[in-house]
Design a protein around this ligand. Structure first.
Ligand code: UD1
Length: 341
């Protein structure tokens, strides 16, 4: 069976992807610097799948540490999650974000070429589209100027791939995620935000758990049906499976061109109030929230046209919004029980 290097594999999306890869029999090597995750995620992946992935703690922004991994193991494909990802922090520390996120990608490309590793799946984001001119948005819409260095690094890695894959020695797929939420049904892995969460779902679960006093809804005066912003929330397990099918498309040489991009969402737009309602319904908890000011930089509404992923990857999100909010809550209960948060 083929071996896949999952960079950033102890993180939120990486850990769920490692589980799905192992469930399909792939050998998984996880490398992570643990700057934003914990090594016990490896135990949890083993608990879920019955298989312990190989784990290498490494700073992947250092070429030497990456080359050791490529020299030690035979690798068939790379899925690259390793990156700094806090939007606000990236505005404060742009150079650190460019250095880290771009250097990690470059170190992968250099070593893949050196060792003849051909297949690469990149963690990208719908943030590259900015505010859409129309919804649902498809992959042909040109990216808009990034609002943050974080988003810019996602655009830049896509741009690099466009040229790097030209000779065909590396073939790549970028998956442009919409808003991943939820957690594994076992409630053994999930999102573990550092400090006060910026994203909606962990803020909701932490508020319900009493860790935060109240959720502030960032504006209810947007030009949307209920006045709150609209996003395409996708269950992290569906998202993880998209990486498996993307990697398999490469292995089976089904790529149409050397570098392909796919939207990974559900194709449905839900408002902030929709998420709150779903959470209250599935958990039976009344959420403490109030309306606040708009957050700077928020797009009003975005959801995905997922027809390309359906047609080409044969992949479609199947889990519902209620499954997303309930699984996020179950994971929060694990965090409470184990006194992690
Ligand atoms: C954010 C990032 C995006 C990143 C994504 C990862 C920004 C501008 N964008 O997207 O680059 O890829 O996270 O998932 O930060 N909300 C509240 N109250 C809160 C938190 C959020 O009302 O306390 C609202 C926001 O205004 C937004 C929605 O919830 O309408 C979703 O917010 P969030 O989870 O932060 O995701 P995005 O802003 O879409």
């Amino acid at each position: 069976m083929k071996t896949i290097l999952v960079t950033g594999g102890t993180g939120y999306i990486g850990s769920h992807t490692a589980v799905e890869l192992q469930n399909k029999g792939y050998n998984v090597i996880i490398s992570d610097n643990l700057s934003n995750s914990s090594a016990d995620v490896i135990d949890r992946i083993e608990k879920i799948t019955g298989v312990r992935p190989i784990f290498i703690k490494a700073d992947l922004s250092k070429e030497q540490e990456v080359s050791v991994i490529f020299d030690t193991y035979h690798i068939d494909g790379v899925i690259n999650f390793a990156a700094f990802k806090a939007v606000g922090e990236s505005v404060e520390k742009p150079i650190e974000y460019y250095m880290n996120n771009l250097q990690i990608a470059m170190n992968m490309f250099v070593n893949m070429k050196r060792k003849g590793v051909k297949y690469f799946v990149q963690s990208s984001s719908c943030t590259i589209y900015g505010e859409p001119d129309k919804n649902p948005i498809n992959e042909n819409c040109p990216p808009k100027f990034a609002v943050s260095p974080y988003g810019n690094t996602k655009q830049m890695v896509e741009d690099m791939l466009h040229f790097i894959t030209r000779d065909g020695l590396i073939q790549a797929i970028a998956l442009r995620y919409f808003n991943p939420i939820g957690a594994h049904p076992t409630a053994l892995i999930g999102e573990l935000p550092n400090g006060v969460p910026n994203n909606l779902m962990p803020f909701i679960t932490q508020t319900a758990a009493g860790i935060r006093k109240e959720l502030i809804v960032f504006g209810d005066d947007y030009p949307t049906p209920d006045g709150t912003c609209i996003r395409d929330y996708i269950h992290v397990v569906d998202l993880a499976k998209a990486h498996v099918v993307a990697m398999e498309r490469c292995f089976e040489c089904r790529n149409k061109i050397n570098f392909e991009c796919f939207n990974i969402g559900t194709g449905n737009g839900f408002s902030v109030f929709d998420i709150i309602k779903s959470f209250e319904k599935t958990t039976g908890i009344k959420l403490n929230y109030r309306i606040g000011k708009r957050r700077e930089g928020d797009v009003v509404a975005i959801w995905a046209d997922t027809s390309l992923a359906e047609k080409e990857l044969g992949w479609k999100a199947v889990l519902t919004l209620d499954e997303m909010t309930l699984s996020a809550w179950n994971w929060q209960k694990t965090l409470n029980k184990e006194k992690i948060l």
